[in-house]
Design a protein around this ligand. Structure first.
Ligand SMILES: Cc1cc2nc3c(=O)[nH]c(=O)nc-3n(C[C@H](O)[C@H](O)[C@H](O)COP(=O)(O)OP(=O)(O)OC[C@H]3O[C@@H](n4cnc5c(N)ncnc54)[C@H](O)[C@@H]3O)c2cc1C
Length: 519
């Protein structure tokens, strides 16, 4: 019997009917790039069983999206390599396609759609994906469904946009439990018996050849000559579900117990490091939750009786596990709650009070003002900020606590909030492996007042925005070793990453105009 997929998680993107006489069910994997714990795959399996059709899983990687780079390509291809090496039951075919040049992949989904009985894809609320799916669904002549496997709360469980973490947490405390009972299957393909695939027509296989296992094992052979940003070198973290799984295990069985005390210490490497894997769908929030709750021997009977909106004491887990659950649930899903319902990347989408206070202080004399290029090259007067920026450029991440400082200083050293927003979005999305995600926009928005309140006393430049300084940060958390590791010279043996702005530089020429440092 197939597992029911919660209705709230399924959206028909067109009104076409299922074509039961067609060749297969098509699952077009665009965001949940994994074969486990995935409601979209569950849905595709459901249709394949119901219609007695084989299942074709297409995972494609295009070249023409903003910020495409060696770093992002490699991470995604490593994920494809894991998927390609999974043992699949008869009747399930995995079709990995890496566009060999810009535009070459055009037409592939439409060609596969013509032979599909129904198409299932991933409902991701951000970046170019919603537009891409809508366009494909308009062109397809068959039912096209988008399935939400983003988080533990279905996106459409509420149409309220939450403006504070506290009110969202309270909502979760009241409403989440029934949704937790509806989990995707850990191994949706296990034991599956479907009719065998007949071969795809030659014109499809020849025009859009599937990447071979050997090619996927040498990612550079697939992206080395593409028109993407080669200055942004691959990060040292390996992509894919297997690496994600190892990281999750190491975290839950090792670092978790220190999460409450040491999460904010940049030198300690205590956080899970799962955000890039969550972003590319190499791991699911459901699997993380399952592992966490099993480790904590948690059951529903552990939760407190009355929702309080407080981050502590609700779940009835150990302190570190509650702290982690709050990040994974409240903070992560808060961003997703916003992204599917409203603009998330524009200055106008920030709270009124924050825009008013930034505009009231736009004329304040700024002791330092940097261009996008100076920020990018870590050429500010502030060693801690420069170290954080170098970590981002070299490794594709910044420690969370320093990420907040990184953003606050970009605001302080930019002419206004609008420019700061653009600079943060560009640098974060270009270099961070977990960038281009709802949490990118909620984190950057937080720097400029989103999910926060007005703070007093009112200060120069910041007005009522929450204020952070490198001096206070260096007093609160240990950074000596961090500063050494991310010094301009870098640790011995480090391959330096050039950062001249790459192909995206021209869009940020605004920075050059306003930038002059009064040093
Ligand atoms: C300026 C700025 C930019 C940011 N850009 C991104 C981004 O591009 N992508 C991204 O995923 N996060 C972003 N964040 C949020 C946060 O910094 C990262 O999610 C976190 O550092 C990821 O590390 P981790 O996986 O080790 O987190 P852990 O501490 O292990 O937490 C587990 C998971 O909870 C979620 N989480 C943790 N902290 C936050 C947070 N503050 N907000 C939202 N979700 C959170 C993430 O999904 C994370 O993987 C940004 C924050 C700021 C201030």
């Amino acid at each position: 019997m197939s597992v029911p997929i919660p209705d709230l998680r399924v959206r028909a993107l067109n009104s076409h009917a299922i074509r039961s006489e067609s060749d297969y069910v098509l699952y077009w994997m665009v965001a949940n790039r994994r074969l486990r714990w995935n409601f979209s795959l569950d849905r595709a399996v459901h249709w394949a069983k119901e219609l007695k059709k084989p299942l074709l899983i297409l995972e494609a990687l295009r070249t023409d999206y903003r910020w495409a780079s060696d770093r992002l390509h490699r991470f995604v291809i490593e994920g494809m390599c894991d998927n390609a090496s999974a043992r699949l039951p008869a009747g399930v075919r995995y079709y990995p396609y890496v566009e060999p040049k810009q535009g070459a992949g055009r037409g592939l989904v439409a060609a596969l759609a013509r032979r599909a009985a129904v198409i299932v894809s991933d409902d991701f609320p951000c970046f170019f994906l919603p537009r891409m799916l809508e366009a494909a669904a308009r062109r397809a002549n068959v039912r096209f469904e988008a399935v939400d496997s983003n988080g533990l709360l279905p996106l459409r469980a509420t149409d309220r946009v939450f403006t504070l973490a506290h009110s969202f947490r309270r909502f979760l405390q009241k409403e989440l439990l029934p949704h937790l009972r509806q989990s995707p299957r850990a191994e949706p393909l296990a034991g599956l018996k479907l009719p065998k695939h007949s071969a795809l027509p030659d014109d499809i296989e020849q025009r859009w050849p599937a990447a071979t296992p050997a090619g996927l094992q040498l990612p550079e052979s697939l992206y080395g000559s593409l028109e993407i940003d080669h200055q942004v070198r691959p990060a040292s973290m390996k992509g894919g579900s297997e690496a994600a799984d190892r990281r999750l295990q190491a975290f839950v069985e090792g670092k978790l117990k220190r999460y409450a005390d040491d999460r904010n210490q940049p030198e300690q490497d205590v956080p899970s490091g799962l955000s890039p894997y969550l972003h590319f769908g190499h791991i699911s929030a459901h699997e993380i939750w399952d592992r966490l709750t099993r480790h904590e021997k948690w059951t529903e009977s552990c939760v407190a009786e009355k929702p309080s909106g407080s981050a502590e004491g609700w779940w009835g887990m150990s302190g570190p596990a509650e702290g982690f659950a709050d990040q994974l649930l409240t903070w992560r899903e808060l961003g997703y709650n916003m992204c599917w319902q409203q603009e998330y990347d524009t200055y106008e989408s920030l709270p009124d009070w924050a825009r008013v206070t930034m505009e009231e202080h736009e004329g304040d004399k700024r002791p330092y003002l940097y261009s996008i290029e100076e920020f990018e090259r870590a050429e500010t007067h502030d060693p801690l900020w420069n170290a954080a920026q170098r970590q981002l450029v070299r490794e594709g991440l910044i420690h969370n606590y320093l990420r907040m400082l990184w953003g606050k200083k970009i605001y302080e050293w930019s002419a206004n909030g609008r420019d700061a927003l653009e600079t943060m979005i560009h640098l974060n999305n270009k270099y961070a492996v977990d960038g281009r995600n709802p949490n990118s926009y909620s984190g950057i928005g937080w720097v400029l007042g989103r999910y926060d309140r007005a703070w007093g006393p009112e200060r120069k430049i910041f007005g009522k925005l929450r204020y952070m300084t490198s001096e206070n940060t260096a007093k609160k958390v240990r950074v000596k070793r961090y500063l050494e590791t991310y010094s301009a010279a870098g640790p011995p043996g480090l391959t330096r990453v050039a950062c001249d702005g790459g192909p995206n530089r021209s869009i940020h020429s605004f920075g050059a105009k306003l930038a002059r440092t009064e040093r």
